[in-house]
Design a binder for this molecule. Structure first.
Ligand code: ADP
Ligand code: MG
Length: 179
């Protein structure tokens, strides 16, 4: 998955050499939505983990991400059905048609562990996003996961991690890293 981690360079605090990391200070839901939309436009396929306590802004991030990709449906947290799949309309980035066709929104809040995720077909979702299980198939999905800690044992190694810390009512510290 390619995501340009040089987003918002002015707001970058620390960029390690080995694992790239950027810190973004969000002062409002709009700020978080803008960041999510920007990442969505730079994303091809892959897995994005969204970490943070209840009310941190994980679903807010996914909604803006989906909207930026042209998803028309209203994105709600799939707390009860766990996995929700959205079709992404064909679109162009100005040069060529973008390859990703589906966005999966997964909310593991209600899962005890990865054993409960396997019967839901989580591994097929990950293979649609690329990675070793895809057997060379073109990656055509992007997968955003809330509460990924719950299924850490089955998460693909290649992923982007978005960690949202609640600072105060409207402020969030968002740490993005790719490892
Ligand atoms: N800077 C911010 N970024 C994201 N959400 C924020 C921010 N400030 C306030 N909020 C509010 O916090 C709530 C986050 O809720 P939600 O996205 O459902 O969180 P989660 O999915 O992490 O439980 C929303 O009501 C949103 O409007
Ligand atoms: Mg949520």
């Amino acid at each position: 998955m390619r995501v340009n981690l040089s987003i918002c360079p002015k707001e970058t605090e620390g960029a390690g050499n080995r694992s790239k990391m950027v810190i973004y200070h969000s002062n409002s839901p709009k700020d978080t939505q803008r960041l999510a939309a920007k990442i969505a436009r730079e994303t091809e396929s892959g897995v994005i983990l969204l970490e943070g306590e209840l009310g941190a802004g994980k679903t807010t991030f996914v909604q803006a991400f989906a909207r930026a990709l042209g998803v028309k449906a209203k994105v709600k947290s799939p707390t009860f059905n766990i996995i929700k799949k959205y079709k992404i309309p064909f679109r162009s980035n100005g040069y060529s048609l973008m390859a990703i066709r589906y966005l999966y929104h997964i909310d593991c809040y209600r899962l005890k562990d990865h054993k409960e995720a396997i019967p839901l077909g989580i591994q097929d979702v990950f293979s649609a996003a690329g990675g070793p299980a895809s057997g060379g198939k073109a990656s055509q999905s992007v997968v955003l996961i809330e509460w990924p800690e719950r299924i850490s044992k089955v998460l693909p190694k290649k992923r982007i991690r978005v960690h949202i810390d609640h600072i105060d009512k409207n402020k969030r510290k968002i740490t993005i890293s790719n490892f």
